[in-house]
Design a protein around this ligand. Structure first.
Ligand code: GLY
Ligand code: MN
Ligand code: MN
Length: 505
């Protein structure tokens, strides 16, 4: 498959151009007869409009909550642009999470689109600017590998996008004009790998309108968009349940595939592949790169190279999550004995981590702070390390952030994070709403303590070296405590062994 156009040269070349004018070297020019022939003989586009997206009924309340925080300000929230992987090959598109949250668009929709909330006397009017499909008389149809129907499929018309999202829609070509109209102030969310075209447009408008520098990148808006997702609505909670459920399916498929992963070699990759198959089939993708870490690799917290063998006496730490088409993701870790049975040393570490996780889950209740969950779990970790003679100080000294922290040698990460459209959701939320924030019904967080004894760690007994264990579940804060959304997967060592036995033996 070759691209007939260059992104920088949207007009297809014509026969008869000089050699200097020829566009990319792989391109076959389009003849005049082809251009005359190609628009003919196609069935009309469907007359019926599509059903609304599943999130369409929920997005207006999200937009209203944002609107209430920014009375009088124009808010510009881009989806982001396609990002080049290499030469003319792009990465698969994933919209910015805030854009997905406010529009209900998921999967790969919609590169280059921009949501604008225009201030009114009573709030904001929302308009979705995007590139609607061009008629088949337009060269885009056959010659534009990024947007053309022959290359990426039939995209929406304005009316179809409006039906899907419930939003007023306008062509992206009208965005510049819309932004040129004066507004009290314009706040823009700059997407991570920002979009040079939009930035240029906004820079131009900023100059023309004499707006301040905040028009280019608005920290307050970015923070508000992140905090807007701290408490999930009913649709989001349902999506999280489904994400956890299909992730459990993926874990079961991995267990069933363990013997094959062992004999094939590079078993970590096999595990990653089996889980990835389920993620792509049941949802959009994996919510983050799968960590399939066996043996000592489990002690590398973000081990995603996944090129190791699986050995029957070792553990496999599998940290993986399915991201649904709505982009909500699970984030679950199980540490599994590859051969189906824990050794006594592995079980000792496993049980300590499980006890820490139970303490963390017990602390995850409304009214507690996010930090309380970590405090409860890490105390159990520190106590076990002390009981095993590993801590050079007493537990209280180690837990005191000023005087200690020695236990962190064996669990350097936090116990929890918010989870949702992003695996590390709401990452820009302010400290007082995140780490120091009070847990509220509707929040979804992970509880994921671990213990990591590197093979090179001479301070731990030899029998523990090379053992790494993490147990990670996704919990919904409820009115009375929390619900473990990932409870379908067993957690105790006995239950894990029994569950694996059903699939392995
Ligand atoms: N999988 C990344 C995390 O657990 O935070
Ligand atoms: Mn996590
Ligand atoms: Mn994880």
């Amino acid at each position: 498959m070759t691209d007939p156009t260059a992104a920088s040269a949207p007009t297809p070349p014509e026969v008869g151009r000089s050699a200097e004018e020829q566009l990319p070297n792989r391109q076959t020019p389009f003849s005049a007869p082809f251009r005359a022939f190609i628009p003919e003989g196609w069935a009309p586009y469907p007359a019926d409009l599509p059903d609304p997206l599943p999130a369409t009924g929920h997005a207006p309340a999200r937009r209203a909550a944002l609107s209430a925080q920014f009375a009088g300000d124009r808010l510009v929230i881009p989806a982001g642009e396609l990002s080049v992987r290499s030469n003319d090959t792009d990465y698969r598109f994933r919209p910015h999470s805030a854009f997905a949250h406010l529009t209900g668009l998921g999967t790969d929709r919609e590169p280059g689109a921009v949501l604008v909330l225009e201030p009114t006397d009573s709030g904001h009017d929302a308009t979705l600017y995007f590139k609607p499909r061009a008629p088949r008389t337009d060269p885009e149809f056959y010659a534009d590998a990024r947007y053309g129907e022959m290359w990426v499929g039939q995209r929406e018309s304005l009316a179809e996008m409006q039906a899907l999202t419930g939003l007023d829609c306008a062509p992206i070509s009208q965005l510049g004009e819309a932004l040129a109209k004066n507004a009290g102030s314009t706040r823009v969310l700059i997407v991570a790998d920002a979009d040079a075209q939009l930035t240029a447009t906004l820079n131009g408008q900023r100059t023309a309108l004499g707006l301040g520098a905040e028009a280019a990148s608005d920290e307050q808006l970015a923070v508000a968009l992140s905090e807007l997702r701290l408490v999930k609505d009913a649709f989001e909670i349902e999506q999280m349940r489904i994400a956890c459920d299909v992730t459990a399916d993926g874990f079961e498929a991995v267990v069933a595939a363990l013997p094959e992963a062992v004999w094939r070699g590079r078993g970590e990759r096999w595990v990653e592949g089996v889980f990835g198959l389920h993620a792509r089939h049941a949802g959009n993708a994996v919510g983050y790169d799968t960590i399939a870490a066996s043996g000592d690799h489990a002690n590398t917290l973000h081990w995603i190279r996944n090129d190791g063998d699986l050995r029957p006496g070792d553990l496999l730490l599998l940290d993986a999550g399915v991201e649904l088409d709505s982009l909500y993701t699970a984030d679950i870790t199980r540490t599994l004995p590859v051969g189906g049975r824990f050794t006594p040393a592995q079980r000792r570490v496993y049980d300590a981590v499980l006890a820490a996780q139970q303490a963390g889950i017990a602390a995850a209740r409304p009214g507690a702070t996010f930090a309380d969950v970590h405090a409860a779990a890490i105390r159990v970790i520190a106590q076990h390390l002390h009981d095993w003679g590993l801590l050079p100080v007493d537990v209280e000294t180690s837990l005191n952030p000023e005087t200690g922290g020695h236990h962190r040698r064996w669990m350097v990460h936090g116990t929890s994070h918010h989870l949702g459209i992003d695996v590390h959701d709401c990452a820009l939320a302010r400290q007082q709403h995140y780490r120091e924030g009070t847990l509220q019904p509707g929040m979804v967080i992970t509880v994921e303590p671990g213990l990591y004894f590197k093979s090179s760690d001479l301070l731990v007994p030899e029998e523990l070296r090379g053992i790494g264990v993490r147990i990670e579940d996704d919990v919904l804060i409820t009115e009375t405590g929390c619900e473990i959304l990932s409870a379908r997967l067993p957690r105790t060592a006995d239950d894990v062994e029994a569950w694996m036995a059903r699939m392995l033996f």
